[in-house]
Design a protein around this ligand. Structure first.
Ligand SMILES: [Zn+2]
Length: 526
């Protein structure tokens, strides 16, 4: 078993979509599938081809697409009780779908047989065997998902084993042990997988939910115990507490456990892919997400930065470049000249430690932090501040004025309208836009004004907006700090604005965010 490669099976488009509030269009599903294919995953589960028109449309669309690496998988379940597999409508759909690989889920746990399905244990075994055998006879490669396997094992290990034996003997290519309720701890998964691998002649996989916050750990332990097929979702999406997060499983298998799952170049697309899926799912990717989050390789504090500068392994568990992420040095009062020099180098400015401009940046940094600026989560604003001190550049535009009107109407609706007057490349532009809030209206008006000269703007999306009232600044009353996150689908960045007025603070953060995004775009095009 040791020399057998590990298969990674993504179920973002099926199980991941069970997450509360998650909804993507057919087109978005197709784009996610193509992106996951580029990452080099082996299987992409697309859903049940006939459960609703949207799923059917997705499979019809995917029939025209070409996947380079992954096998698209159609998902369904074992035949109904008392029926003949060949006459079962759902199984017929799977037999006729264009994908050579199909997955079916079946019951294992006595509790579900008596309380939910009202099926005898023997009939359940026949349902499993008949369904797998039918699909195999139809020429399909079958992944068999043994639902509630770990709970079933605790309840009656012999019966749980007979269920998966039935599937294996009927010709299933993969026997996937599911922890559907996410109850199992890694030590239990380890023990069960070892016994199953020893007892059953089939490729064994796991599908683990995260209710105990152990899904990644349990999946990795399962591979150590001999499983060679791991199911999960991008960013751990899934109902309740989510599924096993492939974004963490993939680099662990490859970089720490020595399995060659995808190529090194494919693994470098991990951060980009995680962000891409998060953007389409419209769920902000957590800054602290392991491997791919913006803070995953962020370092704070003078000594710490000096050490990681010289020897990255002192404070980094893997090379950030291996997963397409990057090291970041957080800028705060704690950081000294070293961090400033390092940042300057990142943006292509060669400076020596005794350069007077370094001291001047440090000074203005401290002065701004005193006023309520906080650059740790606002890398874009800091980047711009540094560039401006080191080598003053022409701003993207010059603001003449902006105005925002908030109108509450009789019907209960509140509408915002923003008008901005700016000068871009010698031209005066007046732009007006409506929005669901003042920031949205300002953002739309500003983009409208400059998108013609900077088409890359169209790719930038504001992903998060946080407002905090600070009482740190004394004498002037409360000050508002706005943190804005933006993304261009590949990377995300943060900007900051501070003012006594929330609209003014938002505008400052907005301008930094867009200006930084355009710099990125300009560098990307080069
Ligand atoms: Zn599941």
């Amino acid at each position: 078993m040791g020399d057998q490669p590990v298969q990674v099976y993504d179920t973002t488009l099926r199980d991941g979509m069970q997450q509360e509030g998650m909804s993507v269009s057919v087109d978005e599903k197709a784009r996610i599938a193509l992106k996951l294919d580029e990452l080099g995953l082996h299987f992409i589960e697309g859903g049940f081809p006939a459960s609703n028109p949207k799923e059917a449309a997705f499979f019809a669309r995917m029939e025209r697409e070409r996947l380079e690496h992954a096998a698209l998988v159609a998902f369904g379940m074992t035949r109904r009780k008392g029926a003949v597999a060949a006459d079962d409508g759902n199984l017929r759909v799977l037999a006729e779908v264009f994908t050579p690989t199909v997955a079916i889920v079946g019951k294992t746990w006595g509790l579900h047989l008596t309380k939910v399905l009202h099926v005898s244990r023997d009939e359940n075994l026949r349902m499993i065997a008949d369904s797998v055998a039918f699909l195999v006879a139809e020429g399909k490669r079958v992944v068999y998902d043994a639902e509630h396997f770990f709970d079933a094992w605790r309840d009656d290990a012999a019966y749980a084993l007979s269920c998966i034996r039935a599937a294996a003997e009927a010709g299933a290519g993969v026997i996937c042990l599911c922890d559907t309720n996410g109850a199992a701890l890694p030590s239990f998964v380890d023990a069960v997988v070892r016994e199953v691998v020893a007892e059953v002649e089939a490729l064994v996989g796991v599908h683990i939910h995260n209710d105990s916050d152990c899904a990644v750990a349990a999946s990795l332990v399962a591979v150590e115990a001999g499983a060679r097929h791991v199911q999960g979702t991008m960013n751990g999406y899934g109902e309740r507490c989510g599924n096993a997060n492939l974004v963490s499983i993939l680099p662990a298998l490859q970089l720490k456990m020595g399995h060659r799952v995808v190529s090194a170049a494919q693994l470098q697309r991990l951060t980009e892919t995680a962000n891409f899926v998060a953007d389409l799912a419209n769920v902000a990717l957590g800054a602290h997400a392991p491997y791919v989050g913006r803070s995953a390789f962020a370092h704070k504090g003078g000594l710490h930065v000096a050490a990681v500068e010289q020897t990255p392994q002192t404070f980094e568990h893997v090379d950030p470049a291996a997963v397409g992420n990057e090291q970041r040095v957080l800028i705060s009062e704690l950081s000294g000249k070293g961090a400033i020099l390092r940042k300057a180098q990142e943006i292509g400015l060669q400076l020596s430690g005794d350069d007077a401009r370094v001291t001047s940046v440090l000074k203005s940094l401290k002065e701004r932090e005193h006023r309520g600026y906080h650059y740790e989560a606002a890398d874009a604003s800091f980047d711009l501040l540094l560039r401006d001190t080191m080598a003053p550049h022409e701003p993207l535009f010059r603001l003449e004025s902006f105005r925002v009107i908030v109108e509450k109407r009789e019907d209960g609706r509140a509408v915002c309208e923003a008008t901005i007057k700016i000068h871009v490349g010698g031209e005066r532009i007046v732009s007006t836009a409506e929005g669901n809030g003042p920031v949205n209206a300002l953002d739309t008006a500003l983009r409208q004004a400059i998108v013609r000269t900077h088409p890359h703007l169209a790719d930038i999306e504001l992903t998060n907006y946080k407002v905090r009232i600070l009482d740190e600044a004394k004498g002037t009353g409360a000050v508002t700090r706005v943190l804005l996150d933006a993304s261009d689908g590949e990377r995300s960045w943060g900007s900051i604005g501070v003012s006594e007025n929330v609209v003014e603070a938002s505008w400052e953060a907005l301008v930094d965010s867009i200006e930084y995004g355009m710099l990125r775009g300009a560098e990307g095009d080069a």
